[in-house]
Design a protein around this ligand. Structure first.
Ligand SMILES: [Ca+2]
Ligand SMILES: [Ca+2]
Ligand SMILES: [Ca+2]
Length: 177
């Protein structure tokens, strides 16, 4: 699997140690794997891998100024029918990227300090729209409204507690030949 880049002596293993997300951010019927990558002393990136062809989507990986941290969450925050890639950074940002790698309008959201929590998505106030939730090192928990409507037939994907190796084996088994 090419996702996550090469491993260099003295560097932490990038990307997959922080977990990966799974979602169809292009709505072509085939899911992408999404991972954040924060090499020490190197580029900070967010990756996608289209598992139908085994290649990154056009426009990816997306470079970041700050370290992307925590697990990415894949959810349609602007209700255009396409899932977006949501993640936090050690610069106190919460980003939402569209399938072409561009930043979705209204993002990033800013927090008071670095965040390594990852992002959770859920309808925490029961209004039928997702909220995004993240926490900071300095002890705050943030929640933002989104325009993404919650529906029974949707399958947004906040990955939690799944070992990357386990998911990789599932994807390998299920991917089209
Ligand atoms: Ca896709
Ligand atoms: Ca969207
Ligand atoms: Ca809500």
């Amino acid at each position: 699997m090419a996702l996550g880049g090469e491993r260099k002596a003295g560097h932490r293993r990038p990307a997959l140690r922080r977990g990966i997300g799974l979602g169809n951010i292009t709505s072509d019927g085939f899911p992408e794997l999404i991972a954040v990558d924060n090499h020490l002393g190197s580029a900070y990136r967010v990756h996608t891998l289209d598992i139908s062809i085994g290649l990154p989507l056009t426009g990816w990986p997306v470079a970041q100024t700050n370290w992307p941290e925590g697990l990415p969450t894949i959810v349609d925050v602007n209700n255009d029918g396409f899932q977006g890639v949501c993640f936090v950074t050690n610069g106190g940002e919460l980003f939402a990227l569209s399938g072409d790698g561009s930043v979705i309008a209204g993002y990033p959201k800013m927090m008071s300090g670095p965040s390594i929590s990852g992002v959770s998505a859920g309808d925490i106030d029961g209004d039928g729209f997702y909220e995004l939730v993240a926490a900071t090192w300095d002890g705050f928990v943030y929640a933002w409204d989104t325009d993404g409507s919650v529906a029974a037939d949707r399958c947004d994907w906040p990955m939690r507690g799944v070992m990357p190796e386990t998911l990789a084996s599932i994807v390998e088994r299920e991917a089209p030949a």
